[in-house]
Design a protein around this ligand. Sequence first.
Ligand SMILES: C[S@@+](CC[C@H](N)C(=O)[O-])C[C@H]1O[C@@H](n2cnc3c(N)ncnc32)[C@H](O)[C@@H]1O
Length: 224
Amino acid sequence: MNIIHYAVNHRSHTMAAKKLVYPAADRNKDPILSVLKRYIQRGTNQTFLEISSGSGQHMAHFAPHFPHVTFYPSEYEPRLLSSIAAYANGYSNIKNPLRIDITTDFRMWGDGIFKPNSLEYIYNANMMHISPYQCTIGLFINAGQLLKPNGLLITYGPYAFDGQITPQSNVNFNESLKSQDPSWGLRDVTDLKKLAEENDIKLIEIVDMPANNKTIIWKKYMHS
Ligand SMILES: C[S@@+](CC[C@H](N)C(=O)[O-])C[C@H]1O[C@@H](n2cnc3c(N)ncnc32)[C@H](O)[C@@H]1O
């Protein structure tokens, strides 16, 4: 019993020391928060699911501003879950991180914790271009099923438009991503709009962000 007790204490102690810091997330968390403030409604009992939370910095930055929203962080990489949990620690409206592979069906996540048409918000930053396109497809398929009618999918990152990438720094970034993994690369908003439509989602706003990024707001159709 003592050994178990020690293990639990030891784990919570090391978790506190495991907060990873992504410099980009530190830079972009305030501009993204400004966009969220325009879109997150007042009211009660709203649910916000983050796909690929990375270090966990974004959610811990956003959650105190929206005490009426319950935040669910998630990650594909098991090694990142302890950093996300460390950031979430102390916030009553952030749940423990779930392990989610976005290419799988949402019914498999967290023992079926999410019901169809049940979420107000799904948020995803910087995953689409740094993962195979199958992840982007999975994001829209699952969002189409999980979001309530009028629910929002909010995505952040650099994008291509009608086959064009601008400026040159984003062209270079795209090339460096593809040299690391040919299945990575900036996604084209024209393709994303088609994928969204196939899943009862429409693009409603593209917000210019610092460092040639965009926040894109997608809305689930009312009729579904
Ligand atoms: C560049 S990081 C972005 C992390 C964080 N959202 C941010 O903006 O700092 C890309 C993330 O995509 C995640 N990812 C890769 N494949 C995935 C999958 N199949 N399902 C969900 N997330 C995935 C990675 O684990 C990684 O955390």
